[in-house]
Ligand binder design. Structure first.
Ligand SMILES: C[S@@+](CC[C@H](N)C(=O)[O-])C[C@H]1O[C@@H](n2cnc3c(N)ncnc32)[C@H](O)[C@@H]1O
Length: 324
């Protein structure tokens, strides 16, 4: 796909109705020869809209007006491109715990959680957040993760977590102001609720920091998994990570995780892992697929704001794990 098409698709499938300013910007960039030419000097993985927009926001540039954005990018290209080359999109969305909870709560407790592509580890606290599925509230406190759930009963409760660890090529530290500033710049402009959620989740994680390990999800997973307590159910999970991983490495990762004693939960784009069958997506916007041990269960909205269940009507089909 060309960079222009990537920006046009980002406008149509990810930002329309979700972030008007990013929809305007991405459409404008898709038609902006000067900005596209500059993006073309970057490696393909570094040309993505979230990275460009996040870097401009981090640098204090304008994202409300496409003309001002164009002028800023063209004038400040040396610093913009330098930041884009060294950074990656590491959006850490605690809200995604709301789409993991139905599966986590149904597994044999207690759980040992191991998240690959963990960013700052904010999805490692599904037992600490509060949730709202329609009128159904689970837990109290801050943040409250709201999720529109369709085709399923709300989860039975929160899981019991006795161990939590995250693996990332570049773990972020929520107690480091520079890392927190980058995480905040990655939250889309109109999403004040997500910014508040990020800050509340970061405060919670700072009070009880998770074990975060710098490493690769293939090379370094076995050693970290070996540290999990044997008397808890090991759950390896990841959300919105595999699109950043080359296809041969994704296959190596899937093979590796299938060989571990435990369960494997995924919420990822439909094209990054092979599924025998998937129902048609609900509409043309971007959905991820929630899967347990390779079996697809639901369509999920990218920030955890919605889940449309199509798996077993009684909830996650347990008991067919691979050894755990
Ligand atoms: C878009 S962020 C998602 C973070 C988190 N999973 C969430 O949903 O909030 C993707 C993360 O995957 C990490 N990542 C990408 N490739 C990786 C790899 N090969 N091994 C470990 N982490 C990786 C990135 O550094 C980044 O922090």
């Amino acid at each position: 796909m060309t960079t222009a098409a990537t920006y046009a698709e980002f406008a149509a499938r990810e930002t329309r109705g979700v972030s008007p300013s990013y929809e305007r910007l991405s459409l404008a960039v898709s038609r902006d020869g000067e900005v596209l030419a500059r993006l073309g000097t970057l490696p393909p993985a570094k040309r993505q809209p979230n990275l460009l927009f996040g870097v401009v926001r981090l640098l204090g540039g304008p994202v409300g007006d496409p003309v001002a954005f164009h002028d800023y990018v063209v004038t400040n290209w040396p610093v913009v491109q330098a930041e884009m080359r060294t950074r990656a999109t590491q959006t850490n969305e605690a809200g995604r715990c709301a789409i993991l909870l139905p599966v986590l709560a149904a597994l044999p407790q207690p759980l040992a959680l191991l998240e690959v592509g963990t960013s700052a580890g904010l999805c490692l606290y599904p037992d600490r957040y509060a949730y709202r599925y329609g009128d159904h509230q689970i837990g109290t406190g801050d943040p409250v993760l709201s999720c529109v759930a369709t085709g399923m009963a709300p989860p039975s409760g929160r899981p019991e977590v006795v161990w939590r660890a995250g693996l990332d090529l570049n773990p972020l530290d929520v107690t480091d102001p520079a890392d927190l500033a980058w995480l905040e710049a990655l939250v889309w402009p109109e999403h004040a609720h997500r910014l508040a959620r990020l800050r509340a989740a970061a405060a919670l994680a700072a009070a009880e920091p998770p074990l975060l390990v710098r490493g690769d999800l293939v090379d370094d997973l076995p050693a970290l998994a070996a540290q999990a307590p044997a008397d808890a159910t090991l759950v390896v999970f990841h959300t919105s990570v595999l699109y950043q991983v080359p296809a041969p490495r994704r296959e190596a990762f899937a093979e590796l995780v299938r060989g571990l004693a435990g369960h494997w939960i995924v919420s990822e784009a439909p094209d990054v892992l092979p599924y025998e069958t998937l129902p048609p997506p609900p509409d043309a916007t971007l959905y991820n697929v929630l899967a347990l041990d390779g079996t697809p269960l639901a369509w999920t909205r990218p920030h955890g704001q919605g889940i449309i269940w199509f798996g077993s009507p009684s909830g996650p089909a347990l008991g067919f794990g691979h050894g755990g």
